[in-house]
Design a protein around this ligand. Sequence first.
Ligand SMILES: Nc1nc2c(c(=O)[nH]1)N[C@H]1C(S)=C(S)[C@@H](COP(=O)(O)OP(=O)(O)OC[C@H]3O[C@@H](n4cnc5c(N)ncnc54)[C@H](O)[C@@H]3O)O[C@H]1N2
Ligand code: MOO
Ligand code: MG
Length: 423
Amino acid sequence: MVCNSNALWSASEAEAHINQLAQPLDPQRDRELLPLTQSLGRVLADTVTSPLDFPHWDNSAMDGYAVRFADVQQCSADRPITLAVVTEIPAGKIPQVSIKAGQAARIFTGAMVPLGADTIVMQEDTEREGDRVILRQAPQPQAFVRHRGSFQRSGEPLLPAGIQLQAADLAILAAAQCTQVPVYRWLRVAIFATGDELVPPDRPLQPGQIVDSNSYALAALVQQGGALAQVFGIVPDSRADLRRAIISAQESADVILSSGGVSVGDYDYIDELLQDLGATLHIRSVAVKPGKPLTVATLPGVGDDRPRLYFGLPGNPVSSLVTFWRFVQPALQRLSGRRDAGCRWLTVPTAEDLHSGGGRETYVWGRVTWPQGGNGEEIQFNPAPGYQNSANLVNLAQTNALAQVPLGVKRIGAGDRVKVLLV
Ligand SMILES: Nc1nc2c(c(=O)[nH]1)N[C@H]1C(S)=C(S)[C@@H](COP(=O)(O)OP(=O)(O)OC[C@H]3O[C@@H](n4cnc5c(N)ncnc54)[C@H](O)[C@@H]3O)O[C@H]1N2
Ligand code: MOO
Ligand SMILES: [Mg+2]
C-alpha cells in the first residue's frame, strides 16, 4: 500500500509522521528485571516508588554536639552556656540515652540524633573541657539536623518510568534497596547494507568496489543509542537476496535499517520490494540535504503482531548518517520507551559562513566546541574543514553537530547564530 509517499516531505513533517509511527515498547510485555549492576544505560519500565523515608531517621549533618535548643538559645559571648556531655554517638550506632535539660551528646556526621536533642552545634563553634562543652553563640533552631523524610517520603515516586539510567540514578536505586530493576528489553535493530559494489573491510578492493562503511557506522549509532544492533552484512543488488534479507530482519527485529537502493536507479529495489512484501510506504523522499531519498515504511510483524518500522537510508555515507541522526535516532529513543525522545537542538554562533543551495533544508556537519577556560570565549559551531559532500566520509570524523540551514536560506554568515542538532 502506498500512502502519499510520493510527496516530497519537509523535515519537520517527516519527523512528526515518524514520531507517530514509532510506538514505544509495551512497558508490561516488553520488560525484564535486571540486577542493579547491569542496568546502567537501560530505560526504566516502571516508576520506582521509595520504600523508605529519605533520610531514614533524623541525623546530624556535622561533627559536633547534639543539644536542646531551649538550653542554648539565650547563649552569647557574654553569657556562655556549659552542657554536660553524657554520651557519644558515632555513625551507625543507636543512641543509648536521651538528652535531658543541661545535657549534650557528642555526635558525628551521619549519626542518629538522640531523643531529647533537636539541634546540632558544629564543633568549631564549641570549646570542650573534659566531659563538658561550652557554647558562646546561640545556634539556629534545628540547625544541622537532616530530618527524617525531608528529602523524600516513603511511598512517593523516586524515579519516573522512561528515564535512561545514569550513575546518579543507580545511586538512588541502591539507596532505596531496589536491587532488581524493571527495564524495557533491548530494542532490536536489524542493519544491512545493499550494493553489488560493497565488500567488507578485510577484503582486497577490486576496481569499482568500495568498503561497506555504513554498516559499521549504523551499528555503532544503534548501540550508542541503547539498542541491540543485529548486523546482517552486505546484500547484493538482487531482488531475491534483498527479499530474503528483509524477511529475516522482519522475523528478528523491531526496526529494520538498510542503506542504499532507495533512489531512482535501475538497481534501487528497496521500495518496490517493500510494497511486494505488504509494507505501507509512508515516506520516500524528504527535502533535506544530504539525505533526500529516505524510505520510511511499516511492515507486518512476523512471529508477533508488532508492526516493524523500516528505514531505507540513502547509500551515500554522509546521507546515511545524517538521516539516522535526524530521523532514526529520535524514533529509536521513542520506541525504547524513553520519555525524553527527540532531537537535541542548540542555537550557537557559527565560526564560518555556511552555505546551501536553498532548495532543501541543509545540514552542514562539524563540531560544536565548548570554551576550555573562563576566558570569554563562546560556545560555537565549526564546520568540518574540507569538501562537504554526501559521499565524503573523511571529514565526517568527530562530527558532534549538524548546523541547519533552513529551506530557502542560502547563507548564514560567520558570527550569526545557527540552529544545530547535537549528535
Ligand atoms: N537521478 C537521480 N539520482 C540520484 C538522486 C536523485 O534524486 N535522482 N539522488 C541522489 C542522492 S541525493 C542520493 S543520497 C543517492 C542515494 O542513493 P541510494 O540510496 O539509492 O544508494 P545507492 O545508489 O545504493 O548508493 C549511493 C552511493 O552510496 C555508496 N554506498 C552505498 N552503500 C554504501 C555502504 N554501505 N557503505 C559505503 N558507501 C555506500 C554507493 O557506492 C554510491 O556511491 O542517490 C543519488 N542519485
Ligand atoms: O541527499 Mo544525497 O544525500 O544529497 O547525496
Ligand atoms: Mg541508487
